[in-house]
Design a protein around this ligand. Structure first.
Ligand SMILES: Nc1ncnc2c1ncn2[C@@H]1O[C@H](COP(=O)(O)OP(=O)(O)OP(=O)(O)O)[C@@H](O)[C@H]1O
Ligand SMILES: [Mg+2]
Length: 244
């Protein structure tokens, strides 16, 4: 039984179809990567998962329950599906530590000391303990992203959703975040990650979904995609790795 099962998902904005008939099965422990040109609907699909965007039709089953029903506790859903965004991931007016404790206090209702303890533990897993009193503007891009991931994981979500986690980073920091994602994969954390970075996708993905104008063109293991029947897909996924 997949952790998340998306069926026939459609999203229209102002009569324009942005997602067409999306099907997705995400199994526990899997890393699913989403790729596709800008505007192909990747972020929209992610945002439908925790109802930051309301789909036009279709079904999303999370742990055997329909996510799109009228009586769904959206706060609870968002605790279970943790998000990390490309930019503006952190609250700029809060320290690193307070960024991580905020959700623990507000959503998990932990007391001050308990939230702090939990946050410091999570920050220590990401080598960010020494930076706990800093503000986001005092951190590098890679450090910000590590804090954003620590903050999401502190909430103990069932799945971690990452939207272009490395696109604002230089190649070295991108690798750092890729290594981190691999470590989390090794720890059995289920993830969905949008990226334009084929190197990252090769590094982390169990399967890659390729979206084109809201339509799934392929969803398979990357070594299969480099031999896909469609020449465009084949060319895209067998491109030389420039960053090796
Ligand atoms: N709130 C909105 N209202 C109207 N149209 C929207 C809205 N959000 C997204 N769209 C449109 O939906 C399409 C898909 O957008 P989306 O952000 O999902 O693309 P993406 O694949 O994530 O692109 P990128 O790689 O640039 O992040 C785009 O054409 C976009 O203009
Ligand atoms: Mg996007």
């Amino acid at each position: 039984m997949p952790l998340i099962k998306v069926r026939d998902l459609v999203k229209e904005f102002d009569g324009q179809t942005v997602l067409s008939n999306i099907q997705l099965d995400l199994n526990e422990g899997d890393v699913q990567v989403l790729m596709g040109a800008s505007g192909s609907g990747k972020s929209t699909l992610l945002r439908c998962l925790n109802r930051l965007i309301e789909p036009t039709s279709g079904s999303i089953i999370f742990r055997d329950k329909e996510v799109l029903g009228p009586n769904v506790d959206v706060r609870e859903l968002r605790k279970q599906i943790g998000f990390v965004f490309q930019q503006f991931a952190l609250y700029s007016h809060l320290s690193v530590l307070d960024n991580v404790t905020l959700g623990l206090r507000k959503l998990h209702h932990l007391g001050k000391e308990e939230a702090k303890e939990r946050a410091l533990l999570e920050l220590s897993h990401f080598d960010m303990t020494a930076h706990r009193e800093k503000y986001p503007s005092q951190l590098s891009g890679g450090q910000k992203q590590r804090v954003a991931i620590a903050r999401a994981l502190a909430m103990d979500p069932a799945v971690l959703v990452l939207d272009e986690p490395t696109s604002a980073l230089d190649p070295i920091m991108s690798r750092d975040v890729a290594d981190l994602i691999n470590r989390l994969h090794g720890e059995g954390i289920t993830m969905i990650c949008v990226t334009h970075d084929l190197h990252l996708a090769r590094n982390i993905a169990d399967t890659v979904m390729f979206l084109d104008k809201g339509i799934i063109r392929a969803n398979d293991r990357i070594d299969h995609l480099s031999k896909d029947a469609n020449p465009e897909i084949r060319a895209f996924f067998s491109a030389e790795d420039q960053t090796k």
